[in-house]
Every structure is written in C-alpha cells, then in structure tokens.
Write a protein that binds this ligand. Structure first.
Ligand code: ATP
Ligand code: MG
Length: 387
C-alpha cells in the first residue's frame, strides 16, 4: 500500500515542488495551503505523514501542530516541520509543539526522501515489511562503444537522486570502465565473487564486495586488468550474483556488455526490464535487430525491451528516428543527445552526468528514462504483491 503524505504550505510553488519530489518517490500526495484546510484534510484524508510549513498567514505551523496533537483523530500522525529558518529556537519550538522531525528549505530530494522514509518506518512497525524481491534492469549494447556503461551508470545515479537504493553491477570482467567513470580505482569485487561456487554466493558475501560512490550509490565493480578478462567463471555463479543482488538493491542495474553474449543468453530472463542501447547508424541497427530477435525469441517479451538511441553522430550521418523504429520493428523508448564536454568532464570528476549537471539536456533525458523504468518496475511489484 502506498503511503499518503499531506503537505501544508501557503507557498504554491513550494507545494508543487515538494509534491512532485514525493510523487516521484512513489507516495500519494495531498496538499493544503492554509492551517485550517490542513486540519480538515488531516481528518478527511487520514495521511500517514504530514509535512508542515511554519510560516503561514492564517495559522502558523506550531498552532496547526498543537491542534493536530490535541485531536484524537490526528494525534498519532507523524509530523515533519518544514521551515525556511535554521534557527535553533524554531526547531525547539517545533518539537515542543509536537513535531517528530524538521527539515529546512530548500531541501535536497535525497534528504527529503531519507527523512520521510525514516519517519514512516518508525511509525509503522505493524505494516508489512518491504517485499523481499528487488528488481533488475539489464543494460546491453547493440555493439561495443555505443554508451552502454554510461546509460547503466547514469540511470543508477538518477534512481539514487530519486531516493531509491539502487546498485549498479559491472559484468565486464577485465574491461570494467564503470569504476573509472565513478572515480573509484581498480576493484575486483565482481571477479572475486564470480570465482566462487554458485552455492556460496549470497547477500552477505555480495555486500562485503560492494563499494559506495560519494553520491551514496553502491556498485559491484570489475577491474580493467586484462588478466581478469581471461577468467573463466561459471554462468551459474553469474546467476547467483543476480539473484543475490536482487535481495540488496532496489533496483539493481547490470552492465551486460554488448551483443547476445553467453552471459546475456543465460541472464536476460532474470531481468525485469532490458535496455538495448543503439547508435543511429546502419551497422549498429543491423546488430540491434539481431539482438532484439534473440531476446524476444526466448520469451523475454518484447514489452520488456527498451530501445535507447544515443545520438553521438553528426546530424547528417544520422538515421531519422522513424526509420530506426521501422528498421528495428520496435519502438524507441528514449533518444539521448550528444554531450561530448559533459561526458568528458563528468568522467574526469568521477561523477555521473546526471549528478554533475542535472539540468543538461542529456541528463534530463536519462532522468526521464530512469523514471520510466522505475515506474514499470513499481507496477510489476504492485501486481505481484496483490496477486
Ligand atoms: N551522450 C553522449 N554524448 C557524448 N559522449 C558520450 C555520450 N554518452 C557516452 N559518451 C561517451 O562515449 C564513450 C563510450 O561510452 P561507454 O563507455 O558508456 O560505452 P560502452 O558501450 O559501454 O563501451 P564499451 O563497449 O567499451 O564498454 C565514453 O567516453 C562516454 O563518455
Ligand atoms: Mg562499457
């Protein structure tokens, strides 16, 4: 069941912004722009949490808070006070009036997500635990060098910004550029685990090999040591990695390399969503067509494969999108623009593009893709938990 959050603020822009952030994080949102309206909605809507602004003209947040606490119908609803001030006095007054926590404006989406989640968890011991099974997103290139790792990394980063707890995992032993993109040096976490027997690969072992990026995003990395690339591992162990990570990440994003390789052939049915990265040129498209046929022939279901086109070529050398769709016999889920400078700078900084420059065109395109994927995953999870 989705948690319902009542936001109270006289500033409409602020209501919209916070409302949008919370909706993106999967909450149901109701809004009130004045104290009296807030008191009524707290009774009629029965929210699981109230986020309350302090400075409002008709009745200030402290008074609203006191009245909510005094009414038996609303006294148990957790309250987060939301204020532009950072004065200690305000916080003390807020806690005295009965608030459970406070947030200062402007709020970072991640902080908002963390506080909201924490308060809801504290106040819902009787509610069912999170479903044990996480979700998986596979990212595969139609051919090498089209931008597969970039998409895997940035989709994961966008999910992190959105308050999820994703993990990105790099299956490219010996060509693990993912760690370099994250500014994390050589890590052989994936190889260490793939060297073990499938039966011994579980969540605790996987957790011990995860590394954490400065953004909070977690990763299971491969190195760029050519020796690592020569390692022979069993596909059963790879399967155990996918199933184990599912228990930890929400969701897990996999860099599966390119082409319908043996790993993909073994793992693609484990992916809840598959992203196929394509370049708009005849060679990449011909290869994409073959990969799509394989993915769909084995019953992955065409609805689960999302074609993403990265447009790095000069405009005159590009195949128009309707021709791409026609030649693939498959719709395009997203088109990602070229951004040479940003791609370069973000690698040098070790920070994914969507975090380095969230407002850039490419970033918003990738953020939108991640939201789209996340919504599909959530819908799948809802369907599963209700069946
Ligand atoms: N939208 C973009 N605009 C410009 N450059 C990009 C864009 N996306 C990715 N790049 C750059 O293209 C290069 C290749 O990207 P990436 O490593 O993600 O591709 P790949 O398909 O994973 O390659 P490989 O097959 O080697 O693993 C990188 O230098 C990356 O920064
Ligand atoms: Mg790559």
């Amino acid at each position: 069941m989705t948690d319902k959050i009542l936001i109270v603020d006289d500033d409409i822009d602020s209501l919209k912004l916070i409302g949008l952030m919370l909706q993106r994080q999967g909450y149901e949102v109701v809004a009130a722009n004045a104290g009296n309206q807030a008191l009524m909605k707290a009774v009629s809507e029965r929210p699981n949490l109230i986020i309350l602004d302090i400075m409002m003209p008709d009745m200030d947040g402290y008074e609203v808070c006191r009245r909510l606490r005094a009414n038996a119908d609303t006294s148990a609803i957790p309250i987060i006070m939301f204020t532009a001030k950072t004065l200690v006095d305000d916080k003390v007054a807020g806690f005295e009036a009965g608030a459970d926590d406070y947030l200062t404006k402007p709020t970072h989406p991640q902080e908002l997500a963390a506080r909201v989640k924490a308060i809801l968890m504290q106040n819902a011991p009787q509610r069912a635990p999170e479903p044990p099974k996480g979700s998986t997103i596979g990212v595969l290139g139609a051919k090498g060098g089209v931008g597969t790792t970039t998409i895997a990394l940035n989709v994961t980063a966008a999910l992190t910004l959105n308050g999820e707890r994703p993990i990105v995992a790099d299956f490219r032993l010996g060509s693990g550029s993912l760690g370099l993109f994250m500014g994390i040096g050589a890590s052989q976490g994936m190889a260490t685990i793939l060297g073990k027997a499938a039966g011994s690969i579980g969540a605790p072992l996987l957790e011990s090999e995860l590394v954490t990026h400065q953004s909070g995003m977690r990763a299971l990395l491969s190195s760029i040591s050519p020796r690592e690339g020569q390692m022979n591992y069993s596909l059963d162990s790879a399967l155990a990695v996918v199933r184990g990570l599912r228990m930890i990440g929400r969701p897990v994003v996999f860099d599966l390399g390119n082409g319908f390789n043996p790993l993909v052939s073994r793992l693609h049915r484990e992916m809840d969503q598959m992203v196929l990265v394509v370049e708009p040129n005849p060679v990449a498209l011909a290869m994409a067509r073959e990969v799509l046929q394989e993915l769909e022939a084995e019953g992955g279901g065409s609805g689960l494969v999302h074609v993403v086109v990265i447009n790095r070529a000069q405009p005159t050398m590009q195949t128009p999108w309707h021709e791409i769709e026609h030649s693939l016999g498959h719709e395009i889920r997203a088109i990602i623009s070229v951004a040479h400078d940003l791609a370069f700078q973000s690698i040098r900084a070790g920070v994914p593009m969507v975090i380095y420059q969230p407002n850039a065109v490419v970033s918003s395109q990738i953020i939108k893709l991640s939201e789209d994927l996340n919504e599909r995953i959530r819908m799948m999870a809802d369907r599963e938990s209700s069946s």
